[in-house]
Design a protein around this ligand. Sequence first.
Ligand SMILES: [Zn+2]
Length: 427
Amino acid sequence: MKINNSLPPFEVMEKMPAKDRQKVLDEQLKWLASYAYEKSPANRARFDKAKITPSKVAGIRDLEDLPPLRKDELVDLYKANPPLGGLVTVPITELERVYVSPGPIYDPHHSSETFWQRHVYLVKSVGFGKNDIVVNTWMYNLVPAGLMIDEALRRAGATVIPTGVGNTELQVQVMHQLRATGFAGSTGFFMNIITKAEEMGLDIRKDFNLRLAVIGGEMGGGPIRKTVEEKYGIATGDMYGTADVGLIAFECSAKNGMHIAEGVILEMISYETGKPVEPGEVGEIVVTPIDEIYPLIRFGTGDLAGLIDEPCPCGRTSPRITRLLGRVGDAVRTRGMFIHPRQLEPAMAKFPQVAQYQAVVTRPGTRDDLTLKVELKTEEGIDREKLANELNQVVSEALRIKVDKVDFVAKGVIPEWHKLIVDERVY
Ligand SMILES: [Zn+2]
């Protein structure tokens, strides 16, 4: 079968009316379904089991009965059918690298044009380009993050300094001496480097040449990013991806949600019913990248977000997703009800005086106890009792179960990176 994977240039696609983009993606999916059926035995088995004939696939709706492929299934496939689980369409010797993610799950690094077209477009869209010197602190061994972003940056014309993880002091020195303009890595690590630089007596604004930090991939980084932008004068950006699929979405200059990269079909489905959710509702991100070498058709990421279906001021017509709101497994069953970060977050957003919060489920006797821990931005002018009552009412309503206690805690008790709902029950 002829490889027919040419997508229009993404600079053209990103301005297409939704209908036209849909048409392009439908055609690509139609082709990919047949190609994967022929070349990837694991996908063929999935189609056969779901009784789907690939030649009849005309769009993503025709795959509604194909259950999303999940990470634990990947682990089983790689174990049962070495070396590559019957998933990859070429022999292992055709691959450039094989990454090893926890599981183990083996992710192929390959030369598929559609894959790199997407990745180069994405790092350019987030703001990196020809005149950038980027310190890439993602992990370079085993998992794909470091090398994948490295290669995308290089193909986008940037100069990469592959520092990888750790060595905070050396990172500071390198960034300073080489006049790095960009940073790629986790938010937490970026803040470590900034703190270290200040300890070393450097002035971030004067002694550094950093203009853009693409930090994130994590939940709840909003306040830190604000600090980076306002205090240090460094623009921030965000990208979303998974080890298996690569990069999926990016934040544009409007900084209101992340655009879905061209060349990826993204569905948002209910993790309870498997059906598509309405725009504005939270669902699990399920993706089908147009990638003929590693065809992950309907890959269930386990990440929860919402779809934004409004036009973006940046002019791109691609739909956007909200930042990540949690993982599918984050729901905690409490007194018979599933409570989820997606319910808690919008409720707590109504309280600007709160710096951090966390709901904790315990079981002191035979009944689940729900405590809301709250860290205030300032004590000044706060009537604690009144605020506790308001919090209790709003959060109980949002979670649909009664909060037992609102507990004001000191600054630092709730760690910077934390789950919004924790289960501390011991049975
Ligand atoms: Zn935009």
